[in-house]
Structures are given as C-alpha cells and as structure tokens.
Design a protein around this ligand. Structure first.
Ligand code: ADP
Ligand code: MG
Length: 769
C-alpha cells in the first residue's frame, strides 16, 4: 500500500473527490464506463488515478495488470500532473510517468502514465484493443478538443471490443474508461445514443476546496492589456501576500505587459528575454498543441488605435474581513504560453525568491488542470484568441473574443487551489451576462478536419458519419475533407482508403504534407522534402519584426528629443537592418518562395543547432529543435514502412539543393496545394475594378480559384501577399502571375472602423512559373 508524506495526506483528506472514493470505485468495479464530474479543485486529476492504483490497477500480479492511462489536453499539464501525483505517492512515486510527443519517462515499472491526448490517439491507431492498459482516464473532457472528442468516440468502441475479447479469453480483462469533466455539460456524452447505448453512471463530487470571490469591474475597457497593467500595478501594492495569475490572449500581450511591469517596477531584465537552455531531447510542441503565436497578430495593418478609453476604474482592492497587510514589494514575473519551451513553462511551479510576489502571465494554457502553488489572485481579461474557420471559403482568422462562462469559472478556480482566493474580472457583470456564452463550441466545429477523416478512414471506417462523435462535425466540412482526400488520392471516389492513403496516415503530418512527402524522392530530393514538410508542419519558426525591434517610446507633447533617444533610435535602426539582412540572406536560393526560405533556415540550423545561432537569426530555437526531431521521425517511418526506402539514411546536415532540385521542390509543394492557387487579378478573365493602382507588392490584388469571401464586392474578393513573405519585397510589376498559398487569413476587424473590411492575406508557399 501507498504511504504518503504527512503534509500531502492532510491536504488530500480534505478533497471532495476523496470523500467519494468508495462510490467512485464501486461504480468503476460495476461498470466499464463511468463519468466523474467535480468542480475544478475537487481532486479529480490527482486523486482518481491513485484510487485505481490502490485498487490494484497497473500492478503486475493483480487481476488488472495493464497501465492506468491518463490523458491531458496540454503538455505542460501532462508533465506537471505526473510530477504532482508522483510526489503524492511517496515511495510509489517512481511508478508515475509521462509521455508527450518526442519526450517521456515511461519505463517497465510505470503504472500510471500521464500523456497528451495526441499520444493516446496514435496508440489506438497501433493497437485498437489498447492491450497495454487496464484503465483509461480521459481528463478535462469538457474542453472538447478535437483529440478528446475523437478519443471518446474511439474508446467507446475499444471498451466494447475488450468486453468481447474478455468474454472469449480469460486472460484478457475488460478496459475501464473514466471520463472526467469539470462542468456539467456532459450530456453530449451521457445522452448520446450512438456513443453509449445505455447512459453511463455519473459520479459527482460536491464543491471546490477553497472559496473564490469574484470581483467584476465597474467598466469594461477596450484596451485590456493597459487595463491589466493598471490593475496589477495597483493590486500588487495593495493586496496581501499571494501569487497573481493573469490571463491574456497571446504571447505578444504577455511580452508587452511583462516589459511594462518590469519597467514600472524597475526589475532588471535582458533585452533578449529569458535565457533558455534545453537539452536535445527536450519537449517540442505537440502537433495538436499549437499556440497562436504573434505571427498571427502582425497583419493588422488596418488597425488604428486612436480611441482610448480614459475612464479610470475605481477598484481599490480592499478585501473585506481580511488583514490589512500588504504583500512583498518585489515582483517575480514569469510568462506561460505553449510556444515557450516546456522547461521554461515549468518554472512557474517553483517557489518565487524570498520577498517577492509571483506574477504569472499566461494564455489559456493555464486554464485547466494546472495547480500553480501559492496563486491567490486571478486577473482575467475575459478574452481568448481563437482560430475561426470559415467552412465555405476555408479562410481562417485568429480572433480575440469573449470566453464562455464555463471558461471564466475555470480561470477563477485557479485562485482557490491552495487556499481561498479572489478573481478580478476585467469586465463588468453586465458584459458577462450579456456576451458570454454558457459553454465554448466544441473545437471539431471550428477546424478543418481532413486529418481526422484520413485517420478514421485508415482505421477502416468507410462512412465517417457512422463514427460516434460526441458532436458530429458539420456535413459541409466532412464533404470538403473527403473531396480534398480524393484529390490527394488518399481515398477512392467511393470513399475507401487507398494504399497511398493508408501510407499517408502513418505520418504525423497533415494529409497535404504527407502527400508531398510521398512524391518527394523525385530528382533525389527526398532528404530536402523531409526537411521541408517538417518545417512547414511547425508553427512560427520566425520571430516577427515587432518582437525583435524595440518599440518607439511614446513622448508627451512637451518632452524633448534627447541624445539618449538618438542612441535608442540608432540601436533600433541597426537591429532592423540586421533583421532585414538575415531575412534576405535566407532567400538566396530563391526569392519568391516562402517554402524554400524555410528549407534554408532548417538546413542552416542543422549545421549550427545552437540557441546563439537562433538568436542571431531571429528564429525560434524550440521550433527548430522540434523540426529536427520530426525530420528524424519521418525518416524512420519511411524506412520502416516503405520497402523502397528501407535503406534510407538520416542526414542531419545537407548540402544546399541544386537549382534543379529547388525547382522540383517548388513543383511538389505546388502539386500538394494546387487548389490553393491565386492569380494576379489583372490577368484574370474578368479583372475586378480596383480603382487604385498598387504601389507596393502587398497591395497587389490576387484572386483565388474558389471565392475567398462570402460577400461579393470586388474589394472583398481579392486576397493579398502577406508582409512577412519574401514576395512582399518585389515591385508590383515583378509580382508573379500565380501564387500557391498554404492558407488564407483575414485580419481582425477594428472595432473603431467597422465599415472597413480587413484584408485577406495569403500565407504564400511559392510562385509558379
Ligand atoms: P481537479 O482535477 O479536480 O481540478 P486536482 O486533482 O488537480 O483537482 O487538484 C486538487 C487539489 O490538490 C488542488 O486544489 C490543490 O489543493 C492540490 N494540488 C494539486 N497539485 C498541487 C501542487 N502542484 N502543489 C500543491 N497542491 C496541489
Ligand atoms: Mg483536473
């Protein structure tokens, strides 16, 4: 039996879930499928795996020897929860491990395995009976990520299969499936007849551990980063000791706020941000765990921010009935977002230096699962950045919008994990009541799903509509996914998987990239194709200019331009020149193809895979490290799965491709995206009337093969070159006739100028000549 450290035992006994241990385990004993609902902080994630463990699950000589698998939607949650449960289990701590993409601690003695849901999905594809496991816990099911939804659908079938196998063979045991949720929106699972013919029992743990008081703002400010800055500054001075967790929408905002706070509170910092050291096998990001980097923010060229809300909120941070003791004077500021290396993310779990207050600036990553010790206050901007996807046109955008009431309560819950807490909501209760939906829309309704469809077809499901989705995807996205897969020859016209499709499904790549890979050996290009698709699969290799070049300080009307300002401006200009030169040099093989530029970066990095090189070249070390690992993985998969490539050797360092190879690579990329072609508008059969003659490449209008906008005005039909593309440096006359793009993106509309339609921009891959 497990002997736990006394301090842990004490905390544990107060958790609502622990009071329900017996009921939960009885239900698990009598049913192969159980749903556990408990408010955030009730002890689900840390305790339920231990209940199973103590009941003998995961122990070699018990009747239920397989591992206990626990899924998390995010890497940082998988790693930190494994650590916490390991600590709680004292002398049995070694039996807890984690597995995330490219990194893990699982060994022969592992009994409880925390993993991202993407990891388990790949395991189901390899063994549909999941024989390694005696029980699976799907945690945070309320988040409704695509992976979680697909897993629940698949596991509902795996449970049945194991029941049948167990009935025939005594040595096989049924699989226990436990779905855990922090909200009661579980009827999509429990009342879903295609998913579970009999509704599963729902076990409920009452109440959260510590109370959290919500404070609404009197007014909702338009500029919430500024508002957050004001309120944290004030709160830090007035609030009793305790860490602050701040929810913002993206890395850009976090960097901006961190800088402002550090300046205002005079905290020493380096211009290049935190120094990061991670080892070669350190965790790169999950394919499914894509944070929206600031590269997504930077095309807001229609934005103008004249309208400043000057209302001052009179929040005075007096906590009723609490001691009037203010907190420590120093701030210890840490960022937390998913593009940050895992080790950097894990720093928030360490205690802050003596005499300082921990301030964590986080995105949605911190919304579920995590307990950051010592956090007593949450400041919630009430917004998040979401990928929006237009089903008809395929145009995507990243929009900041209000979160749901369920998310707001998850965020607030982070303040009550290790003691009573307070949540300062930077929006009014009127806005909350009027504009916040009860629950967020499941992700499967907001994303292109050709990858999911290919995976399901590869598992011999011919009619996707028969799959037990918790929420079925929209018919139109299903139809367009099947169309794309047919065109990529992954499925036959009657919807059956082809042998090409089956091979494509083996790779952890989106179907288009998998297809490009399979033609990639032409002209001896294979090592380059591998590097290229690995590069294209990773988000945000490049640091955007606005994060590299320091911003101009805003001057009051009566302030003079000083010599210090002159020095600063020179500094800014020299960085900008260096930035432009680095980008130009990356294009030396080809100045019209983003794809070839990326290949060049991947290639150069392989020759000098250091952080210093990345810093000097304004690219992300973490992302490039991930690309290297993916190159290796793709090479291994090609070797083991395709006989013709059995002799393939992994070449980390490549010589530059020849001109002929560059040309071939561009053609291959184009072939994978031929439906994503845009023609320069003046060459179109019926050129639109654009009124103004473009003076820059980024204002040259292009037309797509399929309409890119639901509206019909000429202005709206056109799409434009993205300012980050090498193509943006051409003169309007040099702009290519045809461009292949990976996707279209619309800028966020500016609330100040609602009539002005933001431009749709192409994320270009290559020109075609
Ligand atoms: P749930 O999954 O229901 O939201 P958890 O099992 O994650 O709840 O956590 C339950 C409680 O265990 C937390 O509220 C906190 O009191 C304690 N706890 C969890 N992780 C840690 C940690 N890393 N440090 C300190 N306390 C923790
Ligand atoms: Mg949890």
């Amino acid at each position: 039996s497990v002997s736990r450290p006394p301090a842990i035992q004490e905390v544990r006994l107060q958790l609502p879930v622990v009071a329900e241990e017996q009921k939960i385990m009885e239900a698990v004993h009598n049913n192969n499928l159980v749903v556990v609902y408990g408010a955030t902080g009730s002890g689900k994630t840390t305790q339920v795996p231990q209940f199973l463990y103590e009941a003998g699950y995961g122990s070699a000589n018990s009747p239920t020897p397989g591992m206990i698998g626990v899924t998390q939607p995010r890497r940082v949650a998988a790693v930190s929860m494994a650590k916490r449960v390991g600590d709680e289990m004292g002398d049995h701590g070694k039996r807890v491990a984690y597995q995330i993409r490219f990194e893990g601690t699982v060994g022969a003695e592992t009994a409880i395995k925390f993993m991202t849901d993407g990891v388990l999905l790949r395991e189901v594809a390899q063994d549909i009976a999941l024989r390694k496991y005696s029980a699976i816990i799907i945690d945070e099911a309320h988040e409704r990520s695509v992976n979680t939804d697909i897993l629940i659908g698949m596991l509902s079938r795996v449970v049945k299969l194991r029941e049948e196998m167990a009935a025939e063979d005594d040595s096989i045991k049924p699989l226990k499936l436990i779905i855990m949720s922090a909200t009661l929106r579980i009827t999509d699972f429990t009342q879903n007849k295609t998913l579970f013919s009999d509704p599963p029992p729902v076990l409920q743990a009452e109440g959260r551990q510590f109370p959290v008081t919500n404070h609404f703002a009197r007014r909702t400010h338009h500029d919430y980063v500024e508002d957050t800055f004001r309120k944290i500054s004030k709160g830090h001075k007035k609030l009793p000791p305790g860490g602050i967790l701040v929810f913002l929408t993206g890395q850009n905002e976090i960097t901006q706020l961190s800088k402002k706070l550090k300046e205002a509170f005079r905290i020493g910092h380096t211009a290049t941000g935190p120094q990061v050291r991670i080892s070669g096998k350190d965790a790169p990001m999950e394919a499914e765990d894509v944070d929206f980097g600031e590269a997504m923010d930077d095309n807001n060229d229609d934005y103008d921010d004249d309208e400043v809300d000057i209302t001052v909120d009179d929040e005075d941070f007096k906590l009723e009935g609490e001691e009037e003791e203010s907190g420590p004077a120093k701030m210890h500021i840490l960022p937390l977002y998913s593009l940050l290396p895992t080790r950097e993310q894990l720093r928030v779990f360490e205690p802050p230096p003596d005499g300082s207050r921990l301030i964590v600036l986080a995105t949605n990553v911190a919304e579920t699962s995590l307990t950051i010790p010592g956090i007593r206050y949450v400041f919630d901007c009430g917004r998040s950045k979401e990928r929006k996807y237009d089903r008809t046109t395929g145009v995507q955008s990243f929009e900041v919008g209000w979160i749901s009431k369920a998310s707001a309560s998850q965020r607030a819950g982070r303040a009550g994990r290790t003691g009573p807490g307070h949540c300062y909501r930077l929006y009014s209760s009127a806005v909350y009541e009027r504009d916040f939906q009860e629950f967020a829309e499941p992700e499967i309704l907001r994303m292109p799903i050709e990858g999911v469809v290919l995976q399901l077809k590869a598992m011999n499901l011919q009619h996707i509509v028969n799959f037990p989705f918790p929420t079925p995807p929209d018919r139109q996205s299903l139809a367009s996914s099947e169309k794309l897969l047919t065109y990529l020859s992954a499925i036959s016209p009657t919807g059956q998987i082809t042998s090409t499709g089956a091979t494509m499904s083996i790779f952890p790549l989106s179907p288009r990239f998998a297809r490009i890979l399979l033609v990639g050996h032409l002209h001896n290009c294979l090592p380059y194709t591998i590097a290229l698709v690995a590069g294209l699969s990773a988000p945000d290799v490049f640091l955007p200019e606005n994060q590299v070049v320091p911003a101009v300080a805003v001057k009051e009307a009566d302030e003079y331009f000083t010599s210090a300002d002159r020095i600063e401006e020179d500094h800014r200009n020299s960085i900008r020149r260096k930035f432009n030169k680095v980008h130009k040099d990356f294009c030396f093989l080809d100045d019209k193809a983003d794809a070839i530029k990326l290949l060049q970066v991947v290639g150069e990095f392989a020759h000098e895979p250091t952080e210093a090189w990345c810093r000097d070249h304004f690219v992300r070390f973490k992302t490039l490290k991930e690309i290297s690992l993916l190159r290796k993985q793709i090479t291994d998969l090609l070797k083991t799965n395709i006989t013709a490539f059995a002799g393939l050797k992994y070449q980390e360092k490549l010589d530059p491709p020849t001109a002929q190879q560059v040309k071939a690579l561009k053609q291959m990329v184009a072939a994978g995206f031929i439906d994503h072609v845009a023609i320069r508008a003046d060459l179109a059969p019926t050129p639109p009337d654009m009124f103004r003659k473009p003076t820059r490449a980024i204002s040259v209008p292009y037309l797509t093969l399929f309409p890119s906008h639901a509206r019909n005005g000429d202005e709206e039909k056109a799409v434009f070159i993205h300012p980050a593309s090498p193509l943006s440096h051409l003169s309007p006359q040099e702009c290519p006739d045809y461009i292949i793009y990976s996707y279209l993106q619309r800028a966020v509309p500016n609330p100040a100028t609602p009539d002005k339609i933001p431009k749709t921009r192409m994320h270009a891959l290559t020109d075609i000549t």
